[in-house]
Design a protein around this ligand. Structure first.
Ligand SMILES: NC(=O)C1=CN([C@@H]2O[C@H](COP(=O)(O)OP(=O)(O)OC[C@H]3O[C@@H](n4cnc5c(N)ncnc54)[C@H](OP(=O)(O)O)[C@@H]3O)[C@@H](O)[C@H]2O)C=CC1
Ligand SMILES: O=C(O)[C@@H]1CCC=N1
Length: 273
């Protein structure tokens, strides 16, 4: 995997998102020898990470350990306490790849001193190689370090690099949190089916398979989503009735989604601290 080319990978925080990325990397050939993890929780699944060094705290890392990439995957609220332990790695041979919501490049520069920093926003479908990440580098990131980060991120899905860091708060709202909205759609669809008289387990099966199938279709198709929607909507048929509700100017899905994304974008800005 290209991400290993700079030297060992250090993953700081292996929870839901760090763990999803690790699953994706390992499925694509990241070997145990190339990765170390610092993660305080004793998750039993770490026992299955053949050859990966998992440390409960940074003092478990060997004195001569020199990571090429440090992936910062702890909560934004933990970052102040975590960063001082990794400041010693700041230098031309190490790039810090943050996935934390809200935390800005300026924040990391202040905490780490002169350091190569990539701020990124992935999402949990990375676990199955279908993630979406947007990344922005600071001026100290070398072309090789950018390539290494791109390799790590591209190994678990699609990657877009941007120059304008100001976009990342809205990215966080749309694609970072996006899987949660889609899973909520499954929950709502299943519950609505149950209320329409379907057995709960059948309704959930319909909702899951329909969302998964629609995702696969949009991925495989070059048609716009609106065309795929119209393909389902027979004139004067059943879908048209549902869409009249969902696409109402007031109380429909668009104004609701716009409000939701604005709220998440605002929260991302607040998390900058
Ligand atoms: N979840 C998601 O879908 C996404 C999350 N993110 C970002 O990813 C980051 C992690 O989020 P998420 O995975 O959801 O959160 P989690 O709480 O699941 O993961 C964070 C992990 O870091 C561990 N941790 C706490 N303190 C330390 C420490 N000092 N050193 C090393 N590890 C530590 C936590 O252990 P313990 O639980 O024992 O405290 C936990 O396992 C956040 O910054 C978030 O903004 C970005 C995109 C999507
Ligand atoms: O909810 C959060 O703050 C994180 C960032 C995007 C997805 N999860």
């Amino acid at each position: 995997m290209a991400g290993n080319s700079m030297g060992p990978l250090l993953l700081v925080g292996c929870g839901k998102m760090g763990g999803a990325m690790l699953d994706g990397w390992r499925a694509r050939g990241l070997t145990g020898a190339g990765v170390a993890i610092v993660e305080p929780s004793a998750d039993p699944r770490f026992a299955a990470l053949d050859g990966v060094a998992v440390h409960a705290a940074p003092d478990g890392l060997a004195a001569d350990f020199r990571p090429g990439v440090v992936v910062l995957a702890v909560k934004p609220q933990s970052m102040d306490a975590v960063l001082p332990h990794y400041r010693r790695f700041a230098g031309p041979d190490t790039v810090f790849l943050s996935i934390a919501a809200g935390k800005t490049i300026a924040y990391f520069e202040q905490a780490l001193g002169p350091a190569a920093i990539v701020r990124s926003m992935p999402n949990t479908p990375a676990a199955v190689g279908q993630g979406m990440t947007v990344a922005v580098p600071n001026g100290a990131v070398s072309p090789a370090q950018r390539q290494a980060c791109d390799g790590l991120l591209a190994a678990v899905g699609d990657v877009a690099w941007v120059e304008d860091e100001g976009l990342i708060d809205a990215v966080t709202a749309v694609s970072g949190g996006g899987p949660a909205y889609v899973f909520l759609l499954i929950e709502c669809l299943a519950e609505a089916g149950r209320e329409a008289g379907l057995p709960a387990d059948l309704s959930m099966r319909l909702a899951r398979t329909t969302v998964a199938g629609s995702g696969a279709l949009v991925q495989a198709s070059t048609d716009p989503a609106a065309t795929l929607r119209r393909n389902v909507t027979s004139p004067n048929g059943t879908t048209q009735e549902a869409l009249a509700v969902l696409m109402a100017e007031e109380g429909g899905l668009q104004p609701l989604m716009t409000r939701a994304i604005a709220a998440a974008t605002r929260r991302s800005r607040e998390l900058a601290g």
